[in-house]
Design a protein around this ligand. Structure first.
Ligand code: 4AD
Ligand code: MG
Length: 454
């Protein structure tokens, strides 16, 4: 490009390509994923890292890794200058390198091709001891997250995370939603004071946002259908495989929509996100050894009451009105192959804003979307209270300070119609989709009660 802007990287579909328009840093011509047996004899230049290395009979074999994959580069002593062969010999694992060579078909290579090296340069030589050997434990890997992130499995997870975000943006765009950009520093709780993170704010106290829902409810009066992808924070005391203290929250809110409408939005969204990953991220799914099942629409809906029955059959005793709890929810979820909704949660188990069912006041017009096979809650959503007096009663019952919600209450004085919404933790979605052992793997740099560093 004339202006000299470097545009390398992945295109719309999550794959990598170098186009003619690209200014080629270090003379890079291709990404690994662009190389194919049909290019036999072609000379290409790659940049990347030394993923593996071995020497055998006067040949140095280096597995070169870039964001798009790996390829074996073979440097023959008799075909290279002493200086270049020496450079290949001294290079250490995880050094960044530049390598030029011709493509050779080699059936033994995993990708069916190999690079016969003609030129090799070390860009930045790594220390000789790469700390992440095969025996590194999970906790150590996350102490070294800044290094662990470059492994093919972690790169694949981050690429798929970008993909589900893009799929969600495309989905909401296609359904006529407007993206909004809510504040992260807030004055009141949405999901209860117990999980708020407070901080000093010019002589007062402010909090990190748990959910942008209340702001969405204001925004829909002008915009009708809104969504956002923004960080949310929870001072969660329990350490589980599915709780973070900071996560990326995908939330949406619709005006004139009821509980049924918002369940429809959620199931179409989840379906679209899964489809997108199976369409554009097969290479990454193969690296992670994951077979994704595309869920069937519409998703099943069971009531809270029948979820309790299933949980009881599995040996759980839950008093009606209580939250299901992680373990019981997992047991119920194991009975399903696709995500399903649990509807009609008791009013006392839900936050103050949930609309009571007019036919049965003790339950709400709300639901959780539950991932199958034990993965558990993906979303929470439902219809909101739009009546001022009812909302005020609920706020007082929850012993919240109505003055902290004065603006939120005032929306009800000025023509706020019935409306519904939901929120989904992007990392929860990834844990289910990619069958991750722990939610921290779904984060660039996870934040949990025991981890703020790196
Ligand atoms: O169920 P939650 O607390 O619901 C709300 O925040 C609503 N105000 C959202 C809305 O209706 N706009 O959180 C929504 C979702 C959960 O279903 C879960 O996916 C995720 O956010 N989530 C967490 N993810 C990771 N770590 C945590 N500690 C999470 N807490 C909630
Ligand atoms: Mg919830």
């Amino acid at each position: 490009m004339a202006c000299g802007i470097l545009i390398l990287g992945n295109n719309q579909m999550g794959e990598y390509s170098l186009t003619d328009k690209v200014l080629k840093m270090y003379g890079k011509t291709h990404y690994v994923s662009e190389l194919a047996p049909s290019m036999e004899g072609k000379v290409v230049t790659l940049t990347g890292w030394v993923h593996r290395k071995r020497e055998h009979g006067g040949v140095i074999f280096i597995i070169v890794r870039d964001p798009s994959g790996v390829i074996q580069a073979a440097g023959h002593r008799e075909k290279l200058s002493a200086a270049i062969f020496d450079e290949m010999q001294k290079v250490t694992l995880e050094s960044s390198i530049l390598v030029t060579g011709s493509i050779a078909v080699d059936k033994r290579a995993p990708s069916g091709i190999e690079l016969k090296v003609t030129h090799f340069e070390v860009v930045n030589l790594a220390d000789s001891e790469w700390p992440l050997d095969k025996d590194a434990g999970e906790s150590f890997l996350f102490d070294k997250r800044h290094l662990y992130l470059r492994s093919p499995s972690q790169t694949s997870i981050m690429q798929i995370k970008a993909g589900i975000s893009r799929a969600a943006h495309q989905f909401f765009d296609g359904e006529g939603f407007t993206e909004i950009f809510p504040p992260i520093m807030v004055g009141a709780s949405v999901e209860g004071g117990a999980t708020l993170f407070p901080f000093k704010y010019f002589g007062g106290t402010a909090y990190l946002s748990q959910s942008a829902q209340l702001y969405e409810e204001a925004a829909i009066c002008g915009l009708e259908k809104v969504y956002l992808l923004s960080p949310s924070f929870r001072s969660e005391k329990h350490r589980t495989r599915r709780h973070l203290t900071e996560y990326w929250h995908l939330e949406a809110e619709i005006l004139f929509g009821d509980h049924d409408d918002i369940m429809g939005v959620q199931e179409r969204l989840v379906h679209a996100m899964v489809m997108y990953v199976t369409k554009y991220y097969q290479r990454q799914l193969d690296i992670l050894a994951v077979k994704v099942r595309v869920p069937k629409l519409p998703f099943k809906r069971i009531t809270y009451d029948s979820a309790l029955e299933i949980a009881e059959q599995q040996g759980f005793k839950i008093t009606w009105g209580e939250d299901l709890g992680t373990e019981a929810e997992r047991a119920v979820s194991k009975q399903f192959k696709d995500p399903f909704f649990i509807t009609g949660y008791p009013t006392e188990a839900r936050s103050f804003y949930h609309m009571p069912d007019p036919d049965r006041q003790e339950v709400t017009l709300s639901s959780d979307l539950i991932a199958p096979k034990g993965y558990g809650e993906l979303t929470s959503g439902g219809q909101r209270i739009h009546d001022l007096d009812l909302l005020l009663k609920r706020i007082k019952k929850e012993k919240l300070d109505p003055t902290a919600y004065n603006w939120y209450l005032e929306l009800r004085k000025f023509g706020l119609p019935p409306h519904s919404g939901f929120g989904m933790g992007l990392e929860r979605f990834l844990v289910w989709l990619l069958e991750l052992k722990h939610i921290r793997e779904a984060c660039l740099f996870p934040r949990t009660p025991s981890r703020i560093h790196p």
